[in-house]
Design a protein around this ligand. Structure first.
Ligand SMILES: [Zn+2]
Ligand SMILES: [Zn+2]
Length: 132
């Protein structure tokens, strides 16, 4: 069982299945929403993701049509996202997980929108956009 939560501790969740590989997304939306050079996500089946506290602290923001990102309304942490394009999956912001989830980085995506001032120095596969 993997657990995690937001920074202030209001929102806590548990994941009962393996998280699928960590994707680093360089798109402008992920950069702006996370305030970081890229957004890092692991995917879990909807049925394996459970909010155990702080449901009422979560606020959604529709960052693009059909894609809602959920934030802690108290500390502002971006905790997870749900997309109508893949309704059975939850995209966990991987930095909210406590401890080692037992997975490692898998790919960089939307590298076409990567900032020129940030150099990629690893050997992970890179995709210009979202791999089909
Ligand atoms: Zn919080
Ligand atoms: Zn992105």
């Amino acid at each position: 069982m993997v657990s995690g939560g937001c920074h202030c501790g209001a929102v806590k969740f548990e994941v009962s299945e393996d998280i699928q590989g960590i994707i680093h997304c360089h798109c402008e939306t992920c950069r702006k929403i996370n305030g970081t050079v890229y957004g890092s996500t692991g995917f879990v089946p909807e049925g394996a993701f459970k909010i155990i506290s702080g449901e009422n602290a979560l606020t959604p923001y529709e960052s693009s049509p059909g894609k809602n990102r959920w934030f802690c309304s108290r500390c502002g942490a971006h905790v997870f996202a749900r997309s109508q394009a893949s309704p059975d999956m939850v995209g966990l912001r991987i930095g909210t997980i406590d401890g080692d989830p037992g997975i490692r980085s898998k790919t960089h995506i939307w590298v076409s929108q990567k900032r020129d001032w940030y150099d990629l120095n690893d050997d992970l596969p890179r995709f210009e956009e979202f791999p089909g």
